[in-house]
Structure formats: C-alpha cells, structure tokens
Design a protein around this ligand. Structure first.
Ligand SMILES: [Zn+2]
Length: 440
C-alpha cells in the first residue's frame, strides 16, 4: 500500500476517532505528549510519514495508531505511566505498528469488519469483554501476537536511540498488567489497552530481553514527567459520566439511571454497557432524530425489523417508545428489548437489552426499572459529583507507602493501589524527597 493511500485512510479514520471520542485534549499536557512523540519519531525507519500525536480525554487506559502516522494516547494511560521514558515506550510501540504497516496489513486481509455494528448485533455477546468491542473498527481491533512483539521490539529500539532507558517498555507493560489485575474486580473502566494490544504470557519478559540488546541507560525523566501530569483529572470526568453507588450519572449531559444490581459497568465514550454474570446485557447510548418516538424506534433505529408491537410510554416526563422480541444471539436464546426516550427535541437516549431465556423474573423487573429510572440530575447530585484529580506529592522524611496512600481517594486496598499507580511492583519503599502520584 503506497504511503499516499495510508495517509488517505488515516485521515478518514481519524475523523471517526474524533466522532467516537469527542474533541482531543489541548494545552500543556497535549503539547508535551506531542514533543515526546516527535523526539521518538525522529528515530524511525519510515521518513515518508508525518507523525501526529493526540490525547483522548477518557479514563480508559488505551493507545492506538492509524496508517498515515496518526497516534492516540488516553488520559488514563498518561496517569498510569511513571516517567517520560515509559510514555516514550508506548509512543514507540504505536509508531512500531505504523512502521510495520500492521494496520494496513489488517485492512488488506479484510480483517476490518463490523464498522457500525448492526443494532441487534450490538446487543449481543453477554460478556463485558465483547461489549468493549462494540462498534469495533480499524483502530480498536486487536493486533496479532507477532505484530505486538514486533512493535515492542521497534519501540525499545526507538526509545534507546532517543536516549531513554530501554527497560521502560517492560516496566510500563508490567504496570498495565498490575492495573488490569487490580481493576478486574472493580466495576468500571478496566484497562482496555490489552484488548487492542494483547498481553501474551511472555510479552513483559520479551520486552526485558529486548532491552538488554541496547546500551544500559537510566534516563527516565521521571520528575519532569510527574510535574507535567500533576493535576490531571483521574478516572471519570464530568464530561464522561460517573458510576456512583447503584446509579450512573452524567453531569455534562444531565441524566442519571439506576444500574441493575450485580452488573459490571463499562463507561465507554459512545455508550455505557452493563453486563451481568447471568448473561444479561444492557447498552445505553444516545442518538439524534427529529422523528416521534414510535416512528424513530420502528423506522430509524430498528430499520423496520421490529417483530412485535411498538408501545409508547412516558418515562419521568419524557415521551418514549419500546418494543421487545425474541432472538438468537451467538447461539443463545434471548429476549431483546429496545427503548427510545426522547430526552430533548431531536435527541434520543436509548436502552437495548439482551436477556437470556430463564433469567429470573426478579432480575427482569430490575432491568425494566433501569429503563424507567432515566431522569435529569438534581442540583444536589451535580454538586456532590466532583471528578478525582491526580496529585504528585514529594514524600516527606519518614513517609511510608501506608502514610502516602492514606490520603488516596480510592476504593479498595489503598496501599496496593498506591503501589500499582506508582509502578512499585517489586517491594520498593517510599524514598523521602521523591515525587509520588496519589489520587485525591
Ligand atoms: Zn500493539
């Protein structure tokens, strides 16, 4: 594929990234990521590419690249990295995918499927992992094991040439692995990085071995990096919405709804997915249309495929339409349920549900309650929902992991969270005078 084709594909996919993730971050942090990126990109083999670096305002930990030099790094990834060298390593890895023409390879293999998944296809799966791939497309589909190894190798080479500690790739992958394990029991926003860049059992070790092929170099630019990310929003932002208690809140879009008990929530840029261990799945999202609820549901959302009557309803003062029918999804018999709620002129909020046959009637009632719980947020709710912030503190003398982590505003084991957040995975202790990240 000639470079001019890659550039054209990149430009068209870039527009889709912007549509899915909203506007890119601007300001000092975005400028910094770009400057580190340009430094790393100067050492690549492909000089026919103009590399571009974007920061996505999402708590998910992810990074991806498009043909033509477009690369993306999430805010969640920036708060997890512990040095400029680690950021450079992730950048080097993404550039490696571009150097290796991996995305172009996937496209010519025809591996890019399901862009804008069909509506009923979207309500399938029954596991949070599959929900994460909703609307899967070029940039969020998974690389092969070989492509991952090649990009790690290239990334290590580039950061070594750029003057950073080549071990930083292995360190960052180990942090990602620890973060994924820490959050796998949590409710929301688990690491998505490994869904695009699979973690094979030997990947961290291979990155370590690769680093030994280059001159040892302990340049991390750790303090400079931490100064740059000090004050970044941590986790969900008002623009992206929050999970709190048994409800989901979105201050910027002014809505809240209840979460079915026991469901695992994935707050993704284009939807909120809730998966329950019993196989039930709920996907909430937004759409634009000026049609009436019944007409919108039948003709636009379901494209005439509704197999039973459309009922109208009033949900907390908003006009709505709903329908349901049976379906077979991934070989499983499910009841499908679709509800469109006209939230403002021209604007719909939608729930789609897939409920396996045999689900208890109590749980089906709970799912129904979720649909009927959508409402505007109260002033008190808005005032009480402030985003968390990443703060970088210098350890005073006598400080310990216990004393530093006691100030963390996180759920669960604070000391373990502190260790993972600061990449202290091998029994390191807090050093007085050194900067550390905490969540406030
Ligand atoms: Zn990768």
């Amino acid at each position: 594929m000639p470079a001019s084709n890659e550039a054209a594909i990149g430009a068209s996919e870039h527009a889709k990234v912007e549509a899915q993730f909203g506007k890119f971050m601007t300001g000092p942090v975005a400028n910094y990521v770009n400057s580190v990126g340009q430094k790393v990109a100067a050492h690549t083999e492909r000089k026919d590419i103009q590399y571009k670096f974007y920061v996505l305002d999402t708590p998910m930990v992810n990074a991806f690249a498009l043909p033509g030099g477009y690369t993306y790094f999430s805010r969640g990834l920036l708060t997890l990295a512990n040095s400029e060298a680690e950021l450079a390593a992730v950048i080097g890895h993404e550039i490696g995918h571009i150097t290796g023409r991996h995305a172009a390879e996937r496209m010519s293999r025809g591996a890019v499927a399901g862009i804008g998944a069909a509506v009923i296809g979207a309500a399938v799966g029954g596991s949070a992992g599959q929900v994460a791939n909703l609307g899967s497309n070029l940039y969020l589909s998974s690389y092969s094991r070989n492509q991952e190894h090649q990009s790690d190798e290239l990334g290590v080479r580039y950061i070594s040439r750029a003057g950073y500690d080549p071990m930083s790739m292995a360190k960052f992958l180990a942090s990602l692995d620890a973060q994924t394990k820490l959050q796998s029991g949590g409710k929301s926003n688990a690491t998505n990085y490994f869904s695009t860049h699979p973690l094979t059992a030997d990947r961290v070790q291979q990155a370590r071995v690769e680093a030994t092929k280059f001159p040892a170099n302990n340049n991390l630019n750790r303090a400079a990096y931490l100064t740059k990310i000090n004050g970044l929003t941590y986790g969900d932002s008002a623009d992206q919405g929050f999970t709190k208690g048994n409800r989901f809140y979105h201050p910027a879009m002014d809505f809240t709804f209840s979460i079915p008990k026991g469901a695992k929530v994935q707050n993704q840029p284009s939807n909120v997915a809730m998966a329950h261990p019993n196989g039930s799945l709920v996907v909430f999202d937004a759409a634009k249309s000026s049609a009436s609820p019944a007409s919108y549901l039948q003709n636009e959302w379901l494209k005439g495929k509704a197999q039973s009557r459309i009922e109208t309803a009033n949900i907390n003062g908003q006009s709505a339409a709903t329908t349901g029918f049976e379906g077979v999804v991934n070989g499983k018999q499910v009841d499908l349920r679709f509800t469109a709620i006209q939230y403002a002129p021209g604007k719909y909020y939608r729930f789609q549900m897939a409920i396996p046959k045999g689900t208890s009637s109590a749980f089906v009632t709970e799912l129904k309650e979720t649909t009927y719980s959508l409402r505007k947020m109260t002033g008190a709710e808005k005032a009480s929902l402030q985003p968390k912030t990443l703060r970088v503190l210098t350890a005073p003398s006598g400080a310990t992991i216990q004393s530093m982590s006691a100030r963390m505003n996180v759920e669960g084991d604070k000391t373990q969270y502190f260790r993972v957040l600061n990449g202290m995975l091998n029994g390191q202790t807090v050093q007085a005078g050194q900067p550390y990240k905490i969540v406030m």
